[in-house]
Design a protein around this ligand. Structure first.
Ligand code: ADP
Ligand code: MG
Length: 561
């Protein structure tokens, strides 16, 4: 502490670069402050610091297994964020002077680099804007931030005295229940589960918080009701969605897309109070949508799309500019390639000609390369074991291929499977036979040399907010990855792809995310790099999003495996 004070006294009013002398570790009694990286000037991204308490006095039950540990780390990150809001004044001079930040978690609970709970310490990784007047060191303000505010943040956010133990227990137990519930799905023959009482609608199209007033809690139709036993909450009932083909039907604005979206987010655990804590889906579920304009690199879409004009091969389909239907076919093939057991498809975000082709169009248009999804959805399940939940408001032909129909009326779910059978008898469809069998897409090897990380004199592979990554001079657009939860995941995805691009040999596309995640599972997210001891702001992505991002790199080249 004395060294920190005397260094600050010595560099007061010097040029900002003098802050470099703070780099290293400082024993502040209750905790150690590590200053890993000092920013270049007050306007640059803030300096990277870690605070590590000298002991961990929290109840060990809060982190006694890996699931609880991740949940507790998530909880503490949110507690530190709260403590920062309550104690840090900020704005102590030019640029980002006096700002204190920690990773801002979304509504989902993820392994992150922001917090480490170890047996004998807890450590928060943060960013601090070292204060300046103009461009010179302001030691007085720095002392206030580092020696008054930061210790207060540690007391309020990282010690048992500062945080609400009951809240911590609820957080950890909720996540444990969700995780347990998701693991029950395969054994029950289910692909998803929505607990009674869940709140699915969100505050707005721009907010992931639960809708407050007017939200109709979910209630399962008796026919689909399943009861499960959870480790903390005990017995819970809700709607089980079995494997196979499930149709979600209903009039416009009756809650179909809201239900499907909740299922898409069901691959993650949610914080208490979110409303979707007990809405789960298979962890590999992928929301599939049309995405015209995206690039596609050597993807086998031949099972879905036959000969294209100009004899473009669809066994290795490449284009810098996919159409609605070919992009949706590529999205499915890529999802199958990386391994999924559940596709989620919403009519709202699908290409009409990918979903269906009616009799009149069959008659008029003879040269149609596309097998519509309605012909694929059963073979997908019967030959590849991949289930689908598809939202349909307008196309009744889907009644012919569904194992069951969930009808939404005024946000309430009903079993309409029986009525659907009556309707089919009354209006028999002329659904043509599908391809019968489907084979998985042919494997590809991605070539690292096709990704150039150079940007001027440096090499870059970094996240740019939630929905873009920058690889060298290319900006990869991830706007349509609907299951990307937070920028920390995007940053991790960028670093993983950067790691692949820096390698020498081509690798099977499915293997790139799998091996990166295996490495992270063994060595932690910190292995993705950063500055000295500070990894930056990272959250764990899924294999599906890593693959999806790689597949959207416009320069990507592949060869058949
Ligand atoms: P659909 O896809 O059937 O047209 P949406 O799912 O888009 O309908 O929902 C329409 C509107 O209703 C949205 O504003 C959504 O937030 C709201 N909503 C959905 N489910 C509920 C619910 N259970 N309670 C209250 N509002 C809901
Ligand atoms: Mg909709």
């Amino acid at each position: 502490m004395r060294r920190l004070k005397s260094t600050l006294d010595r560099i007061d009013r010097k040029g900002y670069g003098a802050y470099k002398d703070l780099q290293g570790s400082h024993d502040l009694g209750e905790f150690t402050l590590y200053i890993d990286r000092v920013q270049r000037d007050p306007f640059a991204p803030p300096s990277l610091v870690r605070v590590r308490t000298s002991e961990n006095r929290f109840d060990p039950a809060l982190f006694e297994n890996p699931v609880r540990r991740v949940a507790f780390e998530d909880f503490l990150t949110r507690e530190v964020a709260r403590a920062v809001r309550d104690t840090v004044r900020g704005n102590r001079g030019s640029g980002g002077s006096g700002r204190v930040e920690i990773q801002r978690p979304s509504q989902v609970v993820l392994p992150r680099t922001s917090m480490v709970v170890a047996e004998d310490y807890v450590e928060a990784r943060m960013a601090v804007g070292l204060p300046a007047q103009g461009r010179s060191v302001d030691a007085r303000a720095a002392r206030a931030v580092l020696l008054e505010e930061l210790p207060e943040v540690v007391r309020r956010g990282l010690t048992p005295a500062g945080v609400d133990q009951g809240k911590a227990r609820l957080h950890v137990e909720t996540v444990e229940d969700t995780d347990h519930l998701r693991r029950l799905l395969p054994g029950l023959g289910l692909v998803a589960f929505v607990a009674d009482g869940s709140v699915l609608p969100r505050e707005s199209g721009a907010s992931d918080l639960p809708l407050g007033e007017g939200a109709v809690p979910f209630e399962s139709p008796a026919e689909f009701r399943v009861r499960v036993e959870l480790p903390n909450r005990g017995e819970v009932s809700g709607m089980g969605i079995p494997e196979g083909v499930t149709l979600v039907a209903g009039g416009g604005f009756h809650g179909k897309s809201t239900l499907l979206s909740a299922l898409a987010w069901g691959v993650y655990d949610h914080v208490p109070g979110d409303g979707r804590e007990l809405v789960v889906a298979r962890p590999d579920a992928v929301k599939i949508r049309a995405e015209d304009g995206r690039s596609v690199a050597g993807v086998d879409i031949s099972a879905m799309i036959g000969d294209l004009p100009g004899s473009k091969p669809t066994r290795e389909f490449s284009t810098p500019n996919a159409s609605g239907s070919t992009s949706q076919a590529a999205n499915i093939a890529e999802a199958l390639e990386v391994g999924t057991t559940l596709l989620l498809v919403d009519e709202d975000t699908s290409a009409t000609n990918f979903m269906i082709r009616d009799e009149r169009m069959r008659e008029l248009v003879r040269k149609e390369p596309i097998s519509p999804f309605i012909e694929l959805v059963r073979p997908l399940y019967e030959t590849l074991g991949v289930s689908t939940v598809v939202v349909v408001g307008g196309v009744g032909d889907y009644l012919d291929v569904a194992d069951r129909v969930i009808l939404l009326e005024d946000y309430a779910a009903h079993d309409a499977t029986g009525r659907a059978a009556e309707v089919r008898e009354k209006f028999p469809g002329l659904a043509p036979p599908g391809p019968g069998k489907l084979r998985p897409p042919a494997p590809r090897r991605a070539l690292p040399a096709s990704i150039d990380l150079r940007r001027g004199k440096r090499e870059t592979a970094r996240g740019r907010g939630l929905h873009a990554i920058e690889l060298g001079r290319e900006r990869v657009d991830l706007a349509y990855l609907e299951q990307l939860a937070e920028p920390g995941q995007t940053e991790a995805v960028a670093r993983i792809i950067g790691g692949f691009a820096g390698g020498r040999s081509g690798r099977p596309a499915y293997e790139i995310p799998a091996s990166a995640l295996a490495d992270i599972a063994e060595n932690g997210l910190d292995t993705l790099g950063g500055y000295r001891g500070h990894p930056g702001e990272l959250s764990l992505p899924r294999a599906q999003e890593i693959a999806a991002a790689l597949n959207r790199v416009r320069s990507l080249r592949v060869e058949p495996d």
